[in-house]
Design a protein around this ligand. Structure first.
Ligand code: HAM
Length: 425
């Protein structure tokens, strides 16, 4: 038997109703905040991710699905392509490719699959889904303002509240700008030099190539060492400090609670200034429902113009896990089950179903070979509110037996009144 590949899975009904609910609420909320959808390709040139997410990150160094895509000609050297491990790089590529700065401030959202070769476990998949937003544009359009950061964070709080997810924590940090990073990297290198030989091989390498990435280490023995390293908060320059203070002040003014966490550096290289995660207790080890931050230098590093930006991506798999609703309670059960009784009645039942569905009733159709008992049992099993019996007598009277499956009450209803009776019982 061929099964789904390890780390991937099928999403089946009724659970897909929860996914639809989450996506519907996301689209509703994003619309109110002025976001529009962007769809970028699922694969891109490998270089795009190497240059934006960063060579030393776990994502690029270990987790990407990359292949050499060759043409048919023998001489064709081929091109290195990668299934997108995240969507920010693709959005910024599209921003540059389509000169989206002409539109001023771009507020974009996306919903779709991402791919990382991680060790599969609860809440961690190799194909997973993200719902994300990016706000990007020239600084003159306000893209650099702390008001953008606070607005995005407040939108996320609103979105989670709307879904009934209340016990989240917003962890907030500023990872500074290129200026601060020079001084901070020097301090980290100096602090790491004497201790690096005691750390894991990854950290030994990171200590030299990209010391900030040491904070991504999950090896328990390294944690006491990492705990004592200098914190980025001590190295922010005046402009970054002011920007971060203003983000916090607006959040407080609009009533979004947060906790400061100066160990939060996020596992992607493009971040500058504000970095954040929303965590949720019920999720266990993989407790980040979403993460994001600013990436003010990303466009330039991909060959584009200056385009400050901020965004986030929600792990949809994890978000669905933290919902309180059950899938059954969200899926819409049938309003009416139509039971054709006897030869020729499928046609009459079909006509009635068409009429009722035009009135937006959720209709299930049986079959004329079913006995009434079987139809009623099926109707109850499906959770239908009514059964509608369509036999020869009903057709000639043009009035149909409508049975309320909860109360057992059965009445004869003329065709013209059926939709009204079913929709407003
Ligand atoms: P990220 O933190 O790598 O950020 O991913 C965002 C979220 O995706 C995580 O918080 C988590 O919920 C979910 N996620 C990540 N990996 C997996 C996995 N293997 N299985 C299930 N869920 C997963 C980014 O991707 C950035 N592009 C976010 C961003 C947008 N920053 C600025 N703009």
């Amino acid at each position: 038997m061929i099964k789904a590949v390890r780390g991937t899975r099928d999403l089946l009904p009724p659970e897909t109703a929860l996914w639809n609910l989450v996506e519907d609420v996301a689209r509703d909320v994003f619309r109110v905040y002025g976001f529009q959808e962007i769809r970028t390709p699922i694969f891109e040139e490998t270089q795009l991710f190497a240059r934006s997410v960063g060579e030393d990150t776990d994502i690029v160094s270990k987790e990407m699905y990359t292949w050499e895509d060759r043409g048919r000609a023998q001489s064709d050297k081929g091109q290195s392509l990668t299934l997108r491990p995240e969507n920010t790089a693709g959005v910024v590529r599209a921003y540059i490719e389509h000169k989206l700065w002409d539109r001023g401030l771009n507020k974009l959202f996306y919903i779709g699959p991402q791919f990382r070769r991680e060790r599969p476990q609860k809440g961690r998949y190799r194909q997973f889904y993200q719902i994300g937003c990016e706000v990007i544009g020239p600084a003159s359009a306000g893209s650099e303002s702390p008001a953008r950061d606070a607005e995005v964070l407040e939108m996320l709080a609103t979105f989670l509240d709307r879904l009934g997810i209340t016990d989240w924590t917003l962890q907030l940090n500023s990872v500074g700008c290129a200026n601060d990073r020079v001084a901070y990297n020097a301090a980290l290198r100096a602090a790491l030099e004497p201790v690096a030989p005691k750390m894991c091989v990854d950290c030994q390498r990171r200590a030299v190539t990209n010391p900030l990435r040491v904070f991504d280490c999950k090896v328990p023995e390294d944690q006491p060492i990492i705990e004592k390293l200098p914190r980025i908060s001590q190295y922010l320059d005046e402009a970054c400090r002011t920007h971060f203070a203003e983000v916090q002040a607006i959040l407080t003014a609009v009533g979004v609670p947060f906790v400061l966490n100066d160990r939060l550096v996020r596992g992607l290289d493009y971040y500058t200034r504000t970095a954040f995660e929303f965590t949720h207790g019920a999720l266990g080890a993989q407790n980040a429902i979403l993460g994001g931050g600013r990436y003010d230098g990303l466009s330039e590093s991909l060959g584009g113009p200056s385009a400050p930006g901020i965004g986030f991506a929600i792990g949809e798999d994890r978000l669905v896990m933290s919902l309180k609703e059950s899938a059954e309670s969200v899926a819409r059960s049938p309003d009416v089950y139509i039971a054709p009784l006897g030869a020729g009645m499928n046609r009459e039942a079909g006509r009635l179903a068409r009429e009722l569905r035009r009135h937006d009733a959720v209709v299930e159709l049986g079959d004329e070979t079913f006995r009434l008992k079987k139809s009623l049992e099926t109707a109850s099993k499906l959770g239908a509110r009514f059964a509608l019996i369509v036999g020869e007598n009903e057709v000639s009277a043009d009035s149909f037996a409508l049975k309320n499956l909860a109360s057992g009450e059965q009445v004869s209803v003329p065709r013209a009144e059926l939709a009204g009776r079913i929709q407003n019982p």
